[in-house]
Each structure stands twice: as C-alpha cells, then as structure tokens.
Design a protein around this ligand. Structure first.
Ligand code: 4NP
Length: 160
C-alpha cells in the first residue's frame, strides 16, 4: 500500500479537493486497492464538516464528488501511517514540519512539487476569495495529481 495524505489549513477547501481529484485519477488507473488516500487540516475548526459548498460546486462541475468527505485534523500518528504527506502551501508545510518526528520529515513536502507547471508555487487558499479561486485550485491540483500518480506508479514498478 502507498499512502497519501493531503494537508491544508481547514480541510474543507484545498485538501478535500486534492483527495477527490486524486481518488478519481487513481480509480481510473485501476490502482484504488494499492494507493490509500486521505486528507486533513492543520487546524481543528472544521472537524466533522463536509467540504465548503463552493469547493463542492467547483468539483462537481469537473465531475468529482466530494460529498462523502469530512474534515479532520492532522494527528502525530499520521506521520508514521502515510508515505506522502503533501502540504498545499508553505504555512501548512511549516506547521507539519513543526509536529513531525525527525525520522519522518522526508515524507513531508509541497504538493505542487509534483506539478508540471507550478513546481515552486503554493495552492492559494481560496476561502476568502471568489469562485475563480476554486477553479484555480482544481487546475493546480489536477496537474500535480498526475505527477504524483506517475511517481507512485514508478515506485510500484521499482518494488515489483
Ligand atoms: P482550506 O481553506 O485550508 O483550503 O480548507 C480554508 C478553510 C477555512 C479557513 C481557512 C482556509 N478558515 O479560516 O476557517
């Protein structure tokens, strides 16, 4: 099993979007049995909540279903449990590294490091902006999810 955790601040906009998009790509690749996927927030504000309505609406327009997802907060056990712990922005990255045991730090990186177009960028927080922000999140996330899937496929081949 290759386990991926997407992390943002609230776990109601960016990281559930990444989870939904990556789940769809992984399912289309027939790899749902070997790639585990979850998302979490560094903050506790939205524990148990469904994704933001605007994130759900933008995802639905592109054929992704986020309705079953519920917010949760990152826990220290996640650093042992997951192989890829992917931060949406540098603030999430710093918060993760501040909690991460030293031997697990190599697992924590910016999600967009897997993208083809936005490698040094952050996924901008769309919470206080307009509807466009949610489409931009989807553009970035779809691109980086393809790169992540390629990386994991290569890892699966290496281990086979
Ligand atoms: P997310 O967006 O980190 O992409 O889920 C946010 C959601 C909620 C808040 C901030 C960012 N908030 O301040 O409640």
């Amino acid at each position: 099993m290759h386990k991926v955790l997407f992390v943002c601040l609230g776990n109601i906009c960016r990281s559930p979007t990444a989870e939904g998009v990556f789940r769809a790509q992984v399912a289309a690749a027939g790899l749902s049995e070997v790639i585990g996927i979850d998302s979490a927030g560094t903050a506790a504000w939205h524990i148990g909540k469904a994704p933001d309505q605007r994130a759900q609406a933008a995802a639905t327009r592109r054929g992704y279903d986020l309705t079953a997802l519920r917010g949760r907060q990152v826990a220290v056990a996640d650093f042992g449990e997951f192989d890829y712990i992917l931060a949406m922005d540098r603030s999430n990255l710093a918060d993760l590294l501040a909690q991460c045991p030293a031997e697990q730090r190599h697992k924590v990186r910016l999600f967009l490091s897997f993208s083809s177009q936005w490698q040094d960028h952050e996924v901008p927080d769309p919470y206080y902006g307009g509807a466009d922000g949610f489409d931009q999140v989807l553009d970035m996330v779809e691109d980086a999810a393809h790169g992540l899937l390629s990386d994991i496929r290569a890892e699966i081949k290496r281990r086979a």
